[in-house]
Each structure stands twice: as structure tokens, then as C-alpha cells.
Design a protein around this ligand. Structure first.
Ligand code: 13P
Length: 338
């Protein structure tokens, strides 16, 4: 892939023709938790084997435009010695890298969190660019509960996202800005809508203040959904309409792509919501996916740490990748799930 791709070209390539992003950037502790669910030990080799299996799956082609990696994976080689980032490029996807350093409590509101990682970010980005990364990710985490999120937490996190995005663009990579309003809790759909609107409006003000190039940025938001412990769960069409309204009110039309996180939604819901939004249509940006769990869950279970299951696991992953590509074009239907 051309080393000198412009930011706008990278961003629009990732979301071209229904393509989306595979989020495979689980930190070492997080992938350890995922492997524990399939009774598999997390070692450098087992993490490599699992991810190599995903990256070599047929369903990467034409469905996945970018893969977000954790630091370890960007530096890792496949069993035959090929760097994993090359395996990804050969499948027609661009390698990207998570650059935030995780969350810690906010001084002014200790129940809430702030994402860190700005120290030394410029130097880390310069190295990641040399290693072939074309884009990066930073995740802000916003919690809903009584009286929360506070405006301080929103402002501090959105300002950090803007500082991050600026540094990344100065290093010739596309920043994915991820303000995730968590679905954990028994809050209503309206509370999620309110928190999401406040985050997005603050985020785009902060990005403008820092002169971040919108055309060279990708937004990775949550959808507007009911809290996962709420007794009243919104339907597919309602989620699609409220999410789109929220985005249309707050996201500039020159942003090339919006790639949703799955955030704990079931595989089918994550696909159905995306499809419903694209069936409504008429949006200024591409609406696609950047799913971690909703792309990997089925494959992880099928694999269960056993080499004999690799082909079946690749098929499970390829199926979800294809279903989400169709959803990003508004061409999915439940009977394709088989
Ligand atoms: P999920 O789709 O599992 O929420 O993961 C996406 C991601 O990258 C979170 O930062």
C-alpha cells in the first residue's frame, strides 16, 4: 500500500464499498479475559495464533478496510515469519493501532474516568507510522448513572480526544475518535440520547478549536440504545432513527465515515441496527462498523483455542464480516443469517 496516502484517502478507503473495521486491539488483560471464557491460556503465541487465524480468513477480503491492533500485534510475525501487518495488507485492509493508555478516575469526579496517553504520544506515533500504521484509535469512556455524565468529564475527555487527533494527523495517520457512552446500567434510551448528544457536540467543538482536519478523521461512536439492564428495550427501528438524528444534529457533513462500536450488543443487533440506518439512507457520511466483540464472538467460541477448529472459526468470522458489509450498504436481511 502506498506509504504516502493522504489522510482523506486513508479515511475514505477504510469505509469504501461497505467495508468496515475489525477492532482486534484488545489489551493483554482484555484478551486474557476473552480467552478465559474459552478456557485458553493467553500467551504471546496463543494471541498470535488467534489473530493470525482472523487476519487470514477469506472474509477479510472486500469486507474489512482496516484492522485496529494492539502494540504487541503490530510488531508480531505470523507462524511463517510474515509480519502480521503484511498479512492484513495482503487482504486489502490497512493496519491501525490503539494509542491510548486506558482510563483512570477523574480528579474532580472520581466515579468518572479520563483516558490517558498524551505523554510521549508524538514519539510513539512517529514509530507506529514507520511500522506501517495508517490510522490510530483513542477511546474515551462515558458512564451514565444518577446525575452523570458530568460536563467536566465530557469536556476533559473530548479535549483529550482533540489533542490526540491533532498529534496523530501531524504524524500522517488518520485518528479514529471514539467517545463511547457505555450501555451498562438501567438507564432509558433518552438518557443515552442526551449523553451521546452532549459528547458529540463537545467533541466537534474541541476538534474545531484544535484545527483537526475533519476530512481526515473517522468517528467511532456508540449507537443510541437502552441501558442493558433496562426493562424497556428500544426496537431496531427506534434505535436506528434516534442514532441517526443524533448524528445529523452534531456531526459535520464533511466527515468521511462513521464506524460504530458494538459495545456489548448481540451480533445480530449490531448488524440489524447498522442495516436499518443505511436503509433509511440519505446521510452525508458513510455509516459502517468498527466492531470488536460483534465480529469476533462467534469465531472465538468456535476456535476455543484448538487448531482443528481454525477453519470453522474462520468461516464464522467471515460470515459476520460479510453480514456487516451488507448492513453498511443497507442490503442485509435476517434470512441471510441461515
Ligand atoms: P466492541 O465492538 O467490542 O465494543 O469493541 C470496539 C472497540 O474497539 C472498543 O474500543
Amino acid at each position: 500500500m502506498d506509504k504516502n496516502m493522504k489522510l482523506e484517502e486513508i479515511a475514505s478507503y477504510i469505509v469504501s464499498n461497505g467495508k468496515g473495521i475489525l477492532a482486534a486491539d484488545e489489551s493483554t488483560p482484555t484478551i486474557g479475559k476473552r480467552f478465559a471464557t474459552i478456557n485458553t491460556e493467553s500467551t504471546e503465541d496463543s494471541r498470535r495464533d488467534y489473530r493470525e487465524m482472523l487476519f487470514r480468513a477469506d472474509g477479510m477480503k472486500n469486507n474489512i478496510g482496516g484492522v485496529i491492533l494492539f502494540d504487541e500485534t503490530l510488531r508480531q510475525a505470523a507462524k511463517d515469519g510474515t509480519p502480521l501487518r503484511e498479512v492484513i495488507s495482503e487482504q486489502g485492509a490497512l493496519p491501525g493501532i490503539k494509542v491510548d493508555k486506558g482510563i483512570s478516575p477523574l480528579d474532580s469526579s472520581p466515579e468518572e474516568n479520563i483516558t490517558g496517553g498524551l505523554d510521549g504520544l508524538n514519539e510513539r506515533c512517529a514509530e507506529y507510522f514507520e511500522l506501517g500504521a495508517k490510522f490510530t484509535k483513542w477511546r474515551a469512556v462515558i458512564k451514565i448513572s444518577d446525575g452523570l455524565p458530568s460536563q467536566e468529564a465530557i469536556k476533559a475527555n473530548m479535549d483529550a480526544l482533540a489533542d490526540y487527533a491533532k498529534i496523530v494527523q501531524e504524524n500522517n495517520m488518520v485518528p479514529i475518535v471514539e467517545p463511547e457512552v457505555l450501555m451498562d446500567g438501567n438507564h432509558s434510551l433518552e438518557s443515552c440520547e442526551d449523553a451521546t448528544k452532549r459528547c458529540l457536540s463537545t467533541l466537534f467543538e474541541s476538534l474545531a478549536k484544535k484545527n483537526v482536519l475533519v476530512e481526515g478523521t473517522i468517528l467511532k461512536p456508540n449507537m443510541v440504545v437502552s441501558g442493558n439492564e433496562s426493562l424497556e428495550q428500544a426496537g431496531i427501528q427506534q434505535v436506528a432513527e434516534m442514532t441517526l438524528n443524533c448524528l445529523l444534529e452534531n456531526v459535520p457533513s464533511n466527515l468521511p465515515g462513521i464506524t460504530f462500536l458494538s459495545g456489548g450488543q448481540s451480533d445480530i443487533n449490531a448488524t440489524a441496527h447498522l442495516d436499518a440506518m443505511n436503509k433509511i439512507g440519505g446521510n452525508p457520511w458513510k455509516l459502517s462498523f468498527s466492531y470488536g466483540r460483534a465480529l469476533q464472538q462467534a469465531a472465538l467460541k468456535t476456535w476455543s483455542g484448538k487448531q482443528d477448529n481454525e477453519q470453522a472459526a474462520q468461516e464464522a468470522f467471515s460470515h459476520r464480516a460479510k453480514m456487516n458489509m451488507l448492513a453498511a450498504k443497507g442490503e442485509w436481511s435476517e434470512n441471510l443469517e441461515g
